[in-house]
Design a protein around this ligand. Structure first.
Ligand code: IMP
Length: 335
């Protein structure tokens, strides 16, 4: 096996969860070559590092928290569209193996062995997804693609909510659409339905953001409170919080609640479309779990005994109001 190459250049990648990755760039043969900073340990561990993974024929850049392993990444470059690419000639590839690396948590990576280098490319922390990714990568390299390669299209998601963005990225990861967080505050009008809020938001943003873009309005509609807080969910969350909601629900037996999500899409040709998802469940009388956001710790979806905040993001996305609406949006976009 090709030995891991000694690091001779150590350029640090500035890293922060809220910030874009800042790469150290050097020109080499007219390609922009990226050097990732390695720390001084010979074992090629870096703390907080930008990763690249394979999805449906594309490598994408992403970030992971924790310790991960990295070997030479000299052939990473930005293409003419600014997408991060890894260029390895298929014919140079001798072997691809999937490994699990254990540190504070398990992380999976594909080891790609070529005549010259060994590349360890992190695939993520999810075992099933990593195995799928490994299969996709192998089959893509042998010339088999599930679908013809499509150009990656940036899809602006207008929100300041980090929780929502994570859900978008998780669901859109398997498509050629790349969700990009766009933090523009648009007025949320006082309206009686999420649909009206979304329609107004789309019109207000038209001309201010390059389409295609998506806005998301969601809320918790509690049966016993005649659908309150509904369109006022954010306000209620920001003012009385979950404690306050639980207080309102003290000694209330009927605890059914529906989460609704309305996604609004503005297409490049200026058409507006809506996609709706709903998820029924009940509110419990305490907060459980630390995943998700908003009302997740007090909401148990139908058929489950865990709150949204206790489910993994994959589990939540598979049944949630936003997951359902996003899949409808994806079906539409892919057509
Ligand atoms: P927004 O106006 O669409 O940002 O959402 C209104 C409020 O509903 C948010 O501030 C959250 O508290 C809540 N919310 C929206 N979606 C979810 C969700 O998926 N889980 C939990 N709470 C949510």
């Amino acid at each position: 096996m090709t030995p891991e190459r000694e690091w001779d250049v150590a350029d640090e990648v500035e890293w922060g969860i809220e910030e874009d990755i800042v790469w150290e760039e050097t020109d080499e043969d007219e390609e922009t070559i990226l050097e990732l900073r390695n720390d001084s340990q010979p074992s090629f561990f870096v703390r907080k590092f930008a990763v690249v993974w394979w999805r449906n024929g594309f490598y994408k850049a992403g970030k992971v928290d924790g310790l991960i392993r990295v070997t030479p990444t000299r052939t990473l470059f930005f293409d003419e569209k600014g997408k991060l690419r890894l260029s390895i000639n298929n014919s140079d590839i001798k072997e691809i193996k999937l490994h699990e690396h254990e540190s504070d948590f398990s992380i999976f990576y594909n080891e790609i062995i070529t005549n010259k280098e060994v590349y360890d490319i992190t695939t993520g922390v999810d075992k099933a997804q990593s195995e799928q990714n490994h299969k996709d990568l192998k089959s893509a390299i042998s010339g088999n693609y599930d679908a013809p390669l499509k150009e990656i299209v940036d899809l602006q998601i207008v929100t300041s909510n980090e929780g929502k963005i994570k859900e978008f990225i998780s669901i859109f990861g398997k498509t050629n659409f790349n969700p990009v967080k766009t933090n523009i505050d648009y007025p949320e009008i006082q309206a009686s339905s999420l649909e009206e809020v979304v329609d107004f938001g789309l019109s207000w943003l038209q001309g201010k953001i390059k389409p295609p873009f998506v806005i998301d309005d969601a809320g918790a509609f509690i049966d016993n409170l005649q659908g309150f807080p509904g369109v006022y969910s954010r306000y209620v969350y920001d003012t009385i919080g979950l404690e306050g909601v639980l207080k309102q629900m003290e000694n209330v037996e009927e605890r059914q609640c529906i989460f609704r999500c309305v996604l609004g899409l503005m297409t490049e040709s200026g058409e507006k479309h809506r996609f709706v998802g709903e998820c029924k469940g009940t509110l419990i009388d305490e907060q459980r779990g630390d995943r998700g956001f908003g009302y997740d710790p007090i909401f148990i979806p139908e058929g489950f005994d865990k709150t949204f905040a206790e489910l993994t993001s994959e589990e939540k996305n598979s049944i949630s109001h936003r997951g359902i609406a996003m899949r409808k949006l994806i079906d539409f976009l892919l057509k």
